[in-house]
Design a protein around this ligand. Structure first.
Ligand code: PHE
Length: 479
């Protein structure tokens, strides 16, 4: 840990192997974005068309960006701002490009603030379902449905009760942020890598297990039709914008997260296949999460378009009617919690690395300052559900007119900051970074390099700009 705090690359903390990096990066990518935000958005946007457009965004725009960010970190060997500066220097470009590292670190920090609040809800449901499971076991009926004897109103009302209680929300937010801080303060090798090595395999076992369960007790056919049959009329610019935002969010792009993680790779250069592994794993998890959740939603005739409460209000009721629901419901929330932790640590690591690299702070100090700061902003987000429920931070902007504090931070980072971060990354890498250096560090050659270059230099900037502008100013298209 001492080594990590020194900031010099010779003694800098790092991943123990290539597979450790891949696992940690997948851990960062797979999170609430996959198991909560993706099903919510897919449900709200009517399924197929959104999902297909999303997959296109991941592979045509996201994947080239994943490679670009990892390249910057691997070449720079320090925090995001310092790494971009180094690549700029070596390529004869202006150091001012490092501004997108700063924007990224700021976005990561803002995302962490509300991420921890939502993860706090998950923690609360782990408690509720865990308690229910204990009672089921105590009653000698461990395989009963969840929350036996409670009416639909009571079950759904739980979320309202939680939201109405600032202190309960605060305790959960505090616990989750504390855990994140604890892991990040321990550094890369003994903190982040260790957490990913233990938690990610557990996550995959739970994911596959619950999906198989859903296939037996739920309506898989209807879920597959919903997720994969496109109705293109359901793809207006605003939906495209949120699909792009979701692709960036889910791959942890535009927040310098992969620059930061990439900087802890000290040797090796198979970055192309590494990037592909991350994109494929993340997208598979999002799709599997859809196939885990929607069959259960349909089985009991619930509404897939329930919105952010889908996972919290809708599913517990579904678990009530299913055999083994108490157990599966509990495991389901544990799964989400696990996914959230391996992502929140990456969110905190970005500003923390910035504090270490650019301000010369120790790891402990930096993690504490940024973790503490995000905790405070998170408090504003959670008060937005009760005491400050009338507050509309960006109410003057029609896009965020009716958006509460948490959704504003989420929407502004996802729809504005991440696309801008992605745009600047693609311009910098596509037009400014020295091609020979890129080839050397990434190991990308021949046709692969040409395709990647085209995507990053042309398709990414053009597509991201169009989607960003039409999404933010729908009036341009007269819609
Ligand atoms: N990708 C994470 C998720 O899907 C969220 C995240 C965004 C993590 C940006 C790190 C950086 O939940």
């Amino acid at each position: 840990m001492v080594a990590a705090a020194s900031g010099s690359s010779a003694t800098r903390d790092g991943w123990s192997s290539r597979s450790a990096f891949i696992l940690a990066a997948i851990g960062a990518a797979v999170g609430l974005g996959n198991v909560w935000r993706f099903p919510t958005l897919a449900g709200e946007s009517g399924g197929g068309a959104f999902v297909i457009f999303y997959i296109g965004c991941v592979f045509l725009l996201g994947l080239p960006l994943v490679l670009s960010e990892i390249f910057i970190g691997r070449a720079g060997q320090t925090d995001a701002v310092g790494s971009i500066k180094k690549v700029a220097q070596d390529s004869g470009a202006s150091e001012r490009w490092s501004i997108f590292g700063g924007i990224g670190a700021l976005a990561a920090w803002l995302i962490l603030s509300f991420y921890s609040v939502v993860a706090g809800w998950v923690l609360y449901y782990v408690g509720v379902m865990g308690w229910d499971l204990l009672q089921a076991i105590g009653a000698g009926d461990p395989l009963r449905g969840a929350l036996a004897g409670e009416s639909k109103d009571v079950i759904e009302g739980r979320m309202g009760d939680l939201f109405a209680s600032p202190s309960l929300l605060l305790v959960m937010h505090f616990a989750f942020m504390g855990l994140t801080l604890f892991i990040v303060a321990r550094g890369i090798g003994s903190g982040i890598e260790k957490a990913a090595t233990w938690l990610m395999p557990a996550f995959f076992v739970l994911l596959v297990g619950i999906t198989i369960y859903g296939a037996f007790v739920g309506d898989m056919g209807q879920a597959v039709r919903f997720l994969f049959t496109p109705d293109w009329s359901k793809l207006p610019p605003a939906v495209m914008n949120s699909a792009l935002g979701q692709a960036l969010f889910s791959l942890s792009l535009g927040v310098a997260g992969l620059i930061t993680y990439g900087s802890y790779i000290h040797e090796g250069s198979k970055l192309g296949s590494t990037s592909a592994a991350i994109a494929v794993a993340d997208t598979s998890v999002a799709l599997i999460a859809g196939l885990m959740i929607f069959p259960i939603v349909y089985a009991v005739g619930l509404d897939p378009a329930a919105g952010p409460t889908l996972v919290f209000q809708t599913l517990p009721f579904a678990f009530q009617t299913m055999p083994g629901g108490a157990l599966i419901g509990f495991l389901f929330f544990v799964l989400i919690l696990v996914a959230a932790i391996t992502s929140s640590i990456s969110l905190l690591e970005v500003p923390t690395a910035y504090g270490i690299g650019e301000r010369g702070w120790s790891r402990h100090k930096s993690a504490l300052i940024f973790g503490g700061g995000a905790f405070v902003i998170g408090i504003a987000c959670l008060l937005g559900y009760n005491v400050w429920s009338d507050v509309r931070p960006l109410g003057f902007w029609s896009l965020f007119e009716n958006t509460d504090i948490l959704d504003t931070v989420d929407g502004f980072t996802g729809k504005v900051m991440l696309p801008i971060g992605a745009l600047l990354t693609s311009l910098f890498i596509g037009w400014k970074a020295d091609s020979r250096m890129v080839q050397e560090v990434t190991g990308l050659t021949g046709g692969m390099f040409v395709v990647w270059r085209f995507l990053i230099a042309w398709l990414c900037p053009i597509a991201v700009t169009i989607i960003l502008i039409t999404g933010l100013f729908p009036s341009i298209l007269g819609s």
